[in-house]
Design a protein around this ligand. Structure first.
Ligand code: AMP
Length: 406
C-alpha cells in the first residue's frame, strides 16, 4: 500500500524502507530494530510527511504510527540548525508520551537529534534541563507542558513540526482547551501531523483549524495486527468473572496478560482477588502514582507479573512486546476502547489473543463492537461457567393495607 496524493510516487508500491527516501542514519536504526518493511501507515504517511505536507491519520496504536511520524521528523531536523526545540509531540497520557520518547530515541540513535519527555507526576528538574538546553524534539502531555510554559521554562518559538497523537483521547480526557492554549503559543507556519482514531465534531473542528490541505492516511479498524489476533467472547455471569479468569489462568500458555476493568474500584478488587489466589499481579490506573505506574509496566515488560489489571485511560499506548493476551474483564462502554484494548496484543507482526467476558447486561455493548468491527466475534462457553441469563426480577408485590374486596 503506498502514498496516493499528487506526487511522482503516486503509483509506486512501497515494500522496503529504502524506497521511502529516508536518510542512511535512519535506515541503520531501522535495521538495528529489525524492522524489515514499512507497515501500511508508514508506507502511506512517510513520503508526504517528508515533503512537508500536513497529515490527517486515523491509524490505531499498534499500527506503527510512532515511526510513521518519527522518521520524517528526525529526517527534517537533520537538515536544520540544532539547539532549539523544533518538533513538539503532544500525547494524552504519560505512558504514551514515555513510549513515544523511547521509540524516537531508538530511531534517532545514529543522529545527534535529542528527544525528551515532559509529563506530569514526576519532578520538574530533568524536564527543565531538557527544555532549557533546547532539546530538538519534546514529547509532552498538555497539562505539564502548560505548567512549564507558564513558568517561562519552555521556549517553543522555533517549533515548526507539531504532532497531535490520539486527539480523540485528548478530547475524552478534557485536554482540548489545554491543547488549544498550547497551539495559540506556537508559530502558525508549521507542519502538523494529526492522529485520531475517530473524528467527533470537536476534533473535526480542531482539524479544520490546524491542518492545511492535509493528506489523509486512513486505515480500516482491522489493521494488520487485528488480523493476527484471535478474539473470543465468554458469556459469564457478572459475579463469576473472577472465578472464570482464575480458571483460564490455569492455562500456562497465558504467561503475560492485561486485564481491563471499567472502573478503578473494580480494578482494585480484581487485583486484590488475583493476588490473594497467588497470581503475580500489578495494578495500573489513574490513582496510582507515577512510581507505581512505572513499576507496574516494568514488571509486566520483564514478565515479573503475570497479570496487569488496568483501566482504559491508564493503559493507553502501553507497548509490551510479546504481550500474548488481553482480557476484557469488563466490556468497554465505547467500541473504540475495545479496538484500543485489543491493540495491546498482537503488536506489529506478532499474534495475540483477546478474551472478552460478557455478562448478560453487557450484550448490547458487544453488538456495538461487532458493528464497528464489521463481524461477529466467536463465542465460547467454559463448562464450569455456563452462560445463564439472569432470572428476570419478579414484579414487586404491592401490599395494600386495605382488605381485598371479594
Ligand atoms: P506504534 O503503533 O507506533 O505504537 O508501534 C507498534 C509496535 O510496532 C511497536 O512495538 C513498534 O516497535 C513496532 N513497529 C513499528 N514499525 C514496525 C515495522 N515497520 N516493522 C516491525 N515492527 C514495527
Amino acid at each position: 500500500m503506498g502514498y496516493c496524493a499528487d506526487s511522482p510516487r503516486k503509483k509506486m508500491t512501497i515494500t522496503t524502507f529504502d524506497q521511502l527516501g529516508l536518510k542512511p542514519e535512519l535506515l541503520r536504526a531501522l535495521a538495528d530494530l529489525k524492522f524489515t518493511s514499512p507497515t501500511p501507515i508508514q508506507a502511506q504517511a512517510i513520503p508526504p510527511a517528508l515533503e512537508g505536507r500536513d497529515i490527517l491519520g486515523s491509524a490505531q496504536t499498534g499500527s506503527g504510527k510512532t515511526a510513521a511520524f518519527g522518521l520524517p521528523i528526525i529526517s527534517a531536523l537533520l537538515d536544520r540548525p540544532r539547539g532549539t526545540t523544533q518538533a513538539l509531540i503532544l500525547a494524552p497520557t504519560r505512558e504514551l508520551a514515555e513510549q513515544i520518547t523511547v521509540h524516537l530515541k531508538e530511531l534517532a540513535k545514529h543522529t545527534p537529534i535529542r528527544v525528551a519527555a515532559v509529563y506530569g507526576g514526576v519532578g520538574f528538574g530533568p524536564q527543565l534541563t531538557a527544555l532549557k538546553r533546547g532539546t530538538e524534539i519534546i514529547v509532552a502531555t498538555p497539562g505539564r507542558l502548560l505548567d512549564h510554559m507558564r513558568e517561562g521554562n519552555a521556549r517553543l518559538n522555533d517549533v515548526s513540526i507539531l504532532v497531535l497523537d490520539e486527539a480523540d483521547r485528548m478530547l475524552d480526557m478534557g485536554f482540548l482547551p489545554s491543547v488549544r492554549r498550547i497551539l495559540g503559543m506556537l508559530q502558525r507556519e508549521r507542519q502538523t501531523l494529526f492522529f485520531s482514531a475517530t473524528l467527533p465534531p470537536a476534533i473535526a473542528a480542531l482539524v479544520r483549524d490546524m491542518l492545511h490541505d492535509p493528506v489523509r492516511v486512513e486505515l480500516a479498524v482491522q489493521t494488520a495486527h487485528i488480523e493476527t489476533l484471535t478474539q473470543r467472547l465468554y458469556a459469564v455471569p457478572q459475579e463469576k468473572k473472577t472465578e472464570l479468569l482464575l480458571e483460564l489462568l490455569k492455562d500456562n500458555n497465558i504467561y503475560t496478560a492485561i486485564a481491563f476493568t471499567r472502573t478503578k474500584a473494580r480494578a482494585n478488587r480484581l487485583a486484590a482477588a488475583l493476588s490473594k489466589s497467588g497470581v503475580p499481579t500489578e495494578l495500573l490506573h489513574g490513582d496510582r502514582s507515577q512510581a507505581q505506574r512505572t513499576r507496574a509496566l516494568d514488571s509486566l515488560k520483564k514478565a515479573k507479573v503475570r497479570v496487569l489489571v488496568a483501566t482504559d485511560i491508564a493503559a493507553r499506548g502501553i507497548d509490551v512486546a510479546e504481550l500474548g493476551h488481553v482480557i476484557n474483564y469488563d466490556v468497554p462502554l465505547a467500541a473504540e476502547d475495545y479496538v484500543h484494548r485489543v491493540g495491546r496484543t498482537a503488536r506489529a507482526q506478532a499474534s495475540g489473543d483477546a478474551i472478552t467476558f460478557v455478562a448478560f447486561d453487557e450484550e448490547p455493548l458487544i453488538h456495538k463492537i461487532e458493528y464497528v468491527l464489521g463481524r461477529k466475534l466467536d463465542r465460547e462457553v467454559n463448562p464450569l461457567f455456563p452462560a445463564i441469563a439472569p432470572v428476570a426480577p419478579k414484579p414487586r408485590r404491592v401490599f395494600s393495607s386495605r382488605p381485598r374486596r371479594r
